[in-house]
Design a protein around this ligand. Sequence first.
Ligand SMILES: Nc1nc2c(ncn2[C@@H]2O[C@H](COP(=O)(O)OP(=O)(O)OP(=O)(O)O)[C@@H](O)[C@H]2O)c(=O)[nH]1
Ligand SMILES: [Zn+2]
Length: 352
Amino acid sequence: MTNKYNLYDLGWNERLEKEFEQYRNFYSVGRIAVEYKNLYKVYSEQGNILASVSGKMINSASGRQDYPAVGDWVILDKIKENDDRTIIHEILSRKSKFSRKIAGRTFEEQIIATNVDIAFLCMSLNNNFNLRRLERYITMAWDSGSKPVILLTKADLCDDIEEKLKQVREISFGIDVHFISCIHKLGITHINEYINKGITLAFLGSSGVGKSTIINELLGENRQVTKEVSNIGEKGKHTTTNRELMLLPNGGVVIDTPGMRELHVLDVSDSIETAFEDIEELSLQCKFSDCTHTTEPKCAVINAINNGILSKERYESYMKLKKEAEYTERKLNRKAAMEYKNYVKKLSKSLR
Ligand SMILES: Nc1nc2c(ncn2[C@@H]2O[C@H](COP(=O)(O)OP(=O)(O)OP(=O)(O)O)[C@@H](O)[C@H]2O)c(=O)[nH]1
Ligand SMILES: [Zn+2]
């Protein structure tokens, strides 16, 4: 085994320490860095180790969400010197999680990454600029339970930054917005201000907006884009660029899994309300408390559109997200719905 880790560098904290207390004498603990098919790479105080889940875990799992994902802290069989494989027994409780619903017979939740503290939502200031897409990313970040920060990239390609910033601020209540240019080495310091020992970061956004460039910038000398030859994964897959969970020289942890980069929108109405606070507020003034903001008289939302206070695009994207959320919720099973409700409750408290 190589690379022994300090747990706090990996994001360990008091809460986890407390949770681990009951296991300490008989088990080890580590953080999932890479997910292969039925196998995980785990970083621990003892080094890197491959691990698979216990039979008990498989038997009691009710769905994909009960299996570990990149970013999870897991309880392992006590690791001894020279061990290269171990067993995962439990997942310590997740502070946040990015997931998506997979459509099947029922909607199943697929967890992409967990315990992300800060989600940098990246959008470039040239042709990728799209406020409706950004709204979706904001919704997704609130859903995950991590803190969103907006990064407008490739500022060097934009000649109306102020105007774009203004538009973004209009839809991003209470979220920090920064513009950066990696080419001109501008604004990277803004990102550094969020980075601290053990803080876990993720970069989300469409392909080509500059996420890798930013991560490489942050990695500096430690640049470690690894082309890893992997025959552990699916058959026929030879080389994969595994950018996994990485430690930054000035203390942060970056989660950069392929699925993390472009998540599709999550289907959750309560967090839509958080992201569209302005519309929610307007709707309090509608004549009917169950107004659908379509054909009702004295609808404050429709009035706001007519008066130019609310943009039609924003309204449409709100209505569309709402519809998607309702559809998905009907498909969720009862257990998932209960879990989801509790989760939203906790989330809204933590965001207060
Ligand atoms: N003009 C300009 N180009 C940039 C900047 N940052 C990155 N690029 C270029 O944009 C292209 C895409 O950058 P990447 O960092 O690979 O984008 P990505 O978001 O990681 O893309 P995926 O890996 O597909 O998710 C590259 O050719 C970069 O050189 C910038 O600040 N300004
Ligand atoms: Zn209304």
